[in-house]
Design a protein around this ligand. Structure first.
Ligand code: CTP
Length: 220
């Protein structure tokens, strides 16, 4: 008997860091390479899904078959996510979004203040929007997966993030995942389920995460 072919999903995947400019040549950012998000996009296309990959500034080639949207800041990423998720079935939020940005971007280069020689300077920051929570609040029956990078109290913090951001899954990992080719992830489902992936390639983890979104739809 022929197996029933599943409808392809329309997935939005975010990847990489965001960059928050202080002046035309300086910015705040983080160590994210984008590898996890790009691996997710690659595996999702291989599994027959339509993928919009929203990427912060990274040095990675666009995976074949993926619709890539490049962004710089957290606020750019949010705008791109809102547009792409209008027709989306699922969002996998692998980007490492900067929590804060400079309160204002200077038009010209920030010059040293000779009167403060040897002293400290202040850089006022304001909080960026929480992208996942913003989209999560209006997700309806669609599937949302977030990541949690934790250095302590991982499970408790991840569950808190799942709640606050209205996520259906949280992929919990440690700082060793940053810029690496392998990663250890605990995938936590809203139903309390957990899947452990220890020191696996990002390709392997990516496939399992996409499969979790596929499976979630089956129960929706
Ligand atoms: N995230 C987001 N918008 C932000 C910060 C984070 O959408 N402004 C997303 C990340 O992409 C990730 C999830 O939220 O999928 C958790 O990110 P993380 O940095 O672990 O948590 P934070 O909410 O930033 O909390 P904290 O930094 O206090 O751990």
């Amino acid at each position: 008997m022929a197996t029933k072919r599943k409808r392809p999903l329309n997935l939005v995947v975010t990847a990489g860091p965001t960059r928050e400019y202080i002046d035309p040549v300086r910015y705040l950012s983080n160590e994210s390479s984008g590898k996890m998000g790009f691996a997710i996009a690659t595996e999702a296309v291989k599994r027959g899904h339509k993928v919009t990959l929203i990427a912060g500034p990274v040095h990675l080639e666009t995976p074949a078959g993926v619709n890539r949207v490049d962004v710089i800041s957290a606020r750019d990423m949010l705008a791109a996510m809102k547009t792409a998720f209008r027709d989306g079935d699922g969002l996998i939020m692998a980007a490492a979004v900067a929590d804060y940005r400079p309160a204002r971007k200077l038009k010209g280069k920030w010059k040293k203040d000779p009167s403060k020689k040897g002293g400290g300077v202040d850089l006022p920051l304001v909080e960026n929007p929480d992208l996942l929570a913003t989209v999560g609040a209006r997700k309806g029956s669609r599937c949302i997966m977030g990541f949690a990078l934790e250095t302590s109290n991982g499970m408790r913090n991840a569950l808190g993030k799942m709640q606050r951001k209205n996520a259906d899954f949280i992929a919990l990992n440690g700082a060793s995942a940053l810029n690496a080719n392998t990663t250890s992830v605990t995938l936590i489902g809203r139903d309390g389920s957990t899947q452990e992936m220890l020191e696996k390639s990002k390709k392997y983890v990516a496939r399992r995460l996409v499969m979790a979104v596929e499976g979630w739809r089956a129960h929706a």
